[in-house]
Design a protein around this ligand. Structure first.
Ligand SMILES: Cc1cc2nc3c(=O)[nH]c(=O)nc-3n(C[C@H](O)[C@H](O)[C@H](O)COP(=O)(O)OP(=O)(O)OC[C@H]3O[C@@H](n4cnc5c(N)ncnc54)[C@H](O)[C@@H]3O)c2cc1C
Length: 292
């Protein structure tokens, strides 16, 4: 049995915002793959829920006239992996989604839920942080745009105010055009497992020289994090095996992994170095995924 106090089902954004305003303590439910587990475990027992799963306008992926890509928060991970716009411009984001849970989960789990649960292990988190995704947060009174790096405020915590809904995830053209990228999920099993470390790398290359470099991790800190020290170090370097290794080493200055039953701090530090090094080297040699 699920202990739920009230359940409202919205079919438009406006209707959902109205429900959220009328009952400020109510919680949004998308596909429910996190929410229902928390209710079952008693962590959200007695919750009032506002379901957004029937809001069609939140399920679209579109490119606007300026080349910015808009991803609706209800886009599920199968849709993300198969969508032609994502395949053409952000294949590494779709590829990351393809590492989530198993097929049944990917058919329902939403990218918005993956962001708003605030988990450092979220498989879309590190790539979206690398992409500097802009989140549109809408309430009846206000609409604001927050870069995803500022949206995460702590483990399991995000900057989402009462009455607000995530209504759009925007990847600006300048944040994807000309980049190659790769997401690597290291987990104990190939499916149905949470990442021990997730590593997202994006590079813009001028021949063999790194013109721009972005690196982010999941589970290397309380939230998904970018690596400013390693990124600054990498820019202008020539792609060699030694430099790829040195960039991975530098990333240790940006992260603060911890011990958990999935892996020790030392094990995670080793993964942080090696996953970046391997991804850089693979991308340098034409592997990985690129903006077409
Ligand atoms: C068996 C299993 C395996 C899993 N494996 C993985 C995995 O490999 N990798 C991974 O990253 N995750 C995994 N998860 C976690 C989960 O499936 C994902 O986080 C998923 O993306 C959540 O999406 P959802 O639509 O189910 O969110 P919900 O459970 O509906 O919501 C999650 C949170 O986001 C909030 N929310 C949702 N949408 C919005 C919105 N538009 N605006 C404001 N708030 C919103 C909700 O209030 C809630 O706090 C797994 C879960 C299960 C049950």
């Amino acid at each position: 049995m699920y202990d739920i106090s009230t359940y409202e089902e919205a079919t438009t954004i406006q209707e959902a915002l109205q429900y959220l305003k009328e009952n400020p303590s109510s919680k949004v439910i998308a596909a429910g793959s996190d929410v229902l587990i928390k209710i079952r475990e008693g962590k959200m027992a007695g919750a009032s829920l506002v379901s957004i799963i029937k809001i069609e306008e939140l399920k679209k992926i579109e490119k606007d006239k300026d080349g910015n890509i808009h991803i609706g928060p209800l886009v599920n991970f199968t849709q993300l992996e198969e969508d032609p716009i994502i395949r053409e411009h952000l294949p590494y984001l779709g590829q990351g989604g393809g590492t989530m849970g198993g097929p049944q989960l990917r058919n329902i789990a939403s990218i918005g839920g993956n962001i708003c649960n605030g988990a450092t292990s979220a498989d879309s988190g590190s790539t979206l942080v690398c992409l500097n995704a802009q989140l549109t947060l809408t309430s009846l009174d206000l609409e604001r745009v927050v870069p995803i790096g500022e949206f995460y405020t702590g483990p399991g915590r995000v900057d989402l105010k009462a009455g607000e809904l995530l209504t759009d995830i925007v990847i600006l053209r300048q944040d994807y055009e000309g980049y190659v990228g790769k997401y690597t999920k290291f987990a104990q099993r190939k499916s149905m497992d949470i990442a021990t470390i997730g590593c997202a790398v994006m590079m813009k290359l001028q021949g063999r020289v790194i013109e721009d470099f972005r690196l982010a991790y999941g589970v290397a800190a309380p939230t998904p994090v970018r690596c400013p020290v390693a990124e600054a170090y990498a820019k202008g370097l020539t792609l060699t095996k030694e430099n790829a290794r040195a960039i991975g080493e530098k990333a240790l200055e940006d992260v603060s992994p911890r011990d958990s039953w999935r892996g020790s701090k030392a094990y995670r530090e080793q993964l942080i170095k090696v996953l970046a090094e391997r991804a850089i080297w693979e991308l340098a040699n034409g592997g990985g995924e690129q903006d077409a």
